[in-house]
Design a binder for this molecule. Structure first.
Ligand code: MN
Ligand code: MN
Length: 468
């Protein structure tokens, strides 16, 4: 063997895809950008995805008594999570090929008592959700999304700041001219949590008796439009997210910039892959979970039994006299790609040890397969087996899917987790696999359209062909 054949490097994904597949990648990103714009919260993701599933002939699992080969079903998890599946030819006890992305993204949420007036302006107090550089979420247009119940118990769905002509909101910040003291603060404190207050209103109500006239005006407008009062904020779930749309980035339009790509880029590619599965041998399923950014807890997070229950239902509705051992066998035979984004190598940040260049994923080099995440000594990670890694790589290679590998940053630099660890607890083989992202957790995350398309191709190859 020549030396060239013995050594190995990852090539550029555009080059590997070639002309016609590159064209398809550019086209694929159009639908993705639309999805990003329509689905800025976990609830909106569920709504948009269920709409697509219904159109493609998927049935609500609640409405299905018995399952057979070829059946397509979904189950909504408390409006904030979703599982969809296509029944395979083989019994589910042979295992399920799963994909799992999360549909929550970092943002800032309104506190239970958010509204106050200060200096003739009204503000909304917030508590940020997930890991953010707080200063990145100031001085940008924000939109408000979520739900609020009025006294009559009616649920109002709120979305302000997305439609043309809508007002937007923002978190104001100290002007640079007077920021000398602020600039001495350390990065995590440049903007403090209690300073993340959203500018909400600035016009007083005409009422002599009213002391807080601007707040009163804001409440009047809310009542006129939604029939809600200040008390109704307490049980509301309102999220402030960047109001701008996803856009092409680069003179060559090769990249997508937008909010919430962690992890909606994997949610979208996962959904598209599932829709394109044809007569699968093995049952295929896709998880879309909530609360990943805060540790996957709550009954809508990946640790919730509600997701596992769906898999149990696939078994009990497809196999007569199924028992608990069948369920455990099914889980043990299952395989999953934990479809979450990876950190792309950041060329602008030259501090050594943050990235190991040899073990980083890069923008435009294909979908990233990550054996383990965790932090500082692999702590808390799902370390997938070499056997399973090889199996996944073989499936990708056979379908000529450009892929790469890497760790999430240098050894002592930090780290992160995904839902992989919770899925592995059920006994299935799990490995992280997703799209590399630049400026992750910022309001404007960057991905390569080549990588997005490679994720779709890889996910499809995996669920359709793994274990065959
Ligand atoms: Mn993620
Ligand atoms: Mn994240």
């Amino acid at each position: 063997m020549s030396e060239k054949k013995l050594s190995f490097t990852f090539d550029n994904a555009w080059t590997k895809l070639g002309k016609s597949a590159s064209k398809k990648a550019l086209k694929f990103a159009e639908g993705y950008k639309e999805f990003l714009n329509d689905a800025k919260t976990e609830r909106e993701c569920v709504t948009v995805m269920v709409d697509v599933l219904n159109k493609k002939g998927y049935k609500d699992l609640d409405q299905v008594k018995a399952l057979k080969e070829g059946d397509k079903v979904y189950r909504i998890i408390k409006e904030k999570g979703l599982v969809a599946a296509v029944m395979g030819k083989r019994p589910v006890t042979d295992g399920i090929n799963l994909l799992g992305a999360h549909i929550d993204s970092p943002r800032t949420d309104l506190k239970p008592m958010p509204l106050y007036e200060s200096d003739d302006m009204a503000f909304l107090k917030t508590h940020y959700y997930g890991g953010i550089k707080k200063y990145q979420f100031t001085t940008i247009p924000l939109s408000m999304h979520g739900i609020i119940f009025n006294e009559r118990g009616e649920k109002k769905t709120i979305s302000i700041g997305e439609e043309p002509g809508d007002p937007v909101f923002t978190i104001t910040e100290l002007l640079i001219h007077l920021a000398e003291t602020q600039m001495q603060r350390k990065g995590s404190q440049v903007v403090k949590g209690e300073e993340m207050n959203v500018l909400f209103a600035g016009m007083p109500i005409e009422d002599e008796d009213e002391k807080k006239k601007v707040k009163a005006m804001a409440l009047k407008l809310l009542y006129d439009k939604y029939k809600i009062t200040e008390k109704d904020f307490i049980s509301a779930e309102l999220e402030m997210v960047p109001a701008f749309k996803a856009q092409d980035v680069g003179i060559d339009r090769s990249m997508v910039g937008g909010y919430g790509q962690d992890d909606r880029v994997c949610a979208y590619t996962e959904l598209m892959a599932l829709l394109d599965v044809k007569d699968p041998e093995i049952t295929c399923a896709a998880y879309f979970t909530d609360k990943e950014e805060t540790g996957s807890n709550s009954n809508t997070g990946a640790t919730s039994r509600l997701y596992e229950n769906v898999l149990a239902e696939l078994l009990y509705k497809s196999k007569k006299n199924a028992n608990d051992m069948d369920f455990r066998t099914m889980l043990a035979n299952s395989k999953m790609l934990s479809s979450d984004v990876t950190a792309a190598f950041e060329p602008n940040y030259k501090v050594p040890d943050i990235f190991d260049k040899l073990n980083s994923t890069y923008l435009g080099k294909g979908v990233g397969i990550v054996k383990y995440s965790g932090s500082r000594g692999k702590y808390g990670c799902n370390d997938s087996s070499g056997e399973f890694f090889r199996e996944v790589v073989n499936v990708f290679d056979k379908d000529k899917v450009p892929w790469q590998t890497g760790e999430l940053g240098g050894v002592d630099a930090g780290g992160g987790g995904t839902i992989a660890v919770y899925m592995a607890q059920l006994g299935m083989d799990v490995i992280d696999c997703g799209v590399p992202v630049l400026s992750m957790h910022s309001p404007f995350e960057i991905t390569s359209k080549a990588d997005i398309y490679c994720a779709y191709l890889g996910f499809l190859a995996f669920i359709q062909k793994c274990g065959r």
